[in-house]
Design a protein around this ligand. Structure first.
Ligand code: OGA
Ligand code: MN
Length: 196
């Protein structure tokens, strides 16, 4: 069972990459939803941190739209069901006490990236598990936009292509990562499962 395999990978080594976690159709439907909202002007520049300490900066160049689960359409509801199955499998195997999720679409304009960082905020340690789902069509290496991911802080990073349908998931407090600038628009849906 896929969700249990993912949970095992999260137990050790703490991260995994799952190509085709979403089908081509699911990916296309989410991409359409993301682009429609983007065209509609619903996105805003992403900040760093939360609340008053949140600031925009050159650390990250993406634009985001937070997902409102209460008003999610069918496409998002189907995804939320899948993520709920993942949450339950992870809680059963790892006892992480994952409680809820915050999710956003992210659009990186050409040339935008996100400097090397950890996902857990200094002033809020609830973010526990990161999930990234790429929504890009026909991505090739020459498009750039690689996710650089350090399984060990002192070793060389993995380079993960943002291929549509791929899931990247990892323990939020442990792994340094960075988004290299892309030469075309780069789409994803990113979220964090939180404990209370
Ligand atoms: C993030 C992030 C990576 C990616 O949003 O915190 O690191 O590949 N995203 O989009
Ligand atoms: Mn991150």
């Amino acid at each position: 069972m896929l969700f249990e395999e993912i949970a095992s990978a999260l137990a050790e080594p703490g991260w995994c990459v799952i190509p085709n976690f979403l089908s081509i159709d699911e990916t296309a439907a989410l991409r359409t939803e993301c682009l429609a909202a983007h065209t509609n002007g619903e996105f805003h520049r992403a900040g760093i941190g939360r609340g008053v300490s949140s600031q925009q900066s050159e650390i990250r160049g993406d634009h985001v739209l937070w997902i409102d689960e209460a008003h999610a359409g069918q496409v998002l509801q189907d995804l939320l069901k899948k993520l709920e199955a993942l949450r339950q499998a992870v809680n059963q195997q790892l006892f992480l006490g994952l409680f809820d999720a915050e999710l956003h679409f992210a659009v990186y304009p050409p040339g935008a990236g996100y400097c090397r960082h950890l996902d857990r905020f200094q002033d809020d340690d609830r973010r526990t598990l990161t999930v990234i789902l790429y929504l890009n069509e026909n991505w090739t290496r020459s498009d750039g936009g690689l996710l650089r991911f350090w399984p060990e802080e002192t070793q060389s990073p993995q380079e993960i292509e943002p291929l549509g349908g791929t899931l990247v998931t990892f323990l939020s407090d442990r792994f340094w990562h960075e988004v290299l600038p892309a030469h075309r628009q780069r789409l994803s849906l990113t979220g964090w499962f939180r404990r209370r």
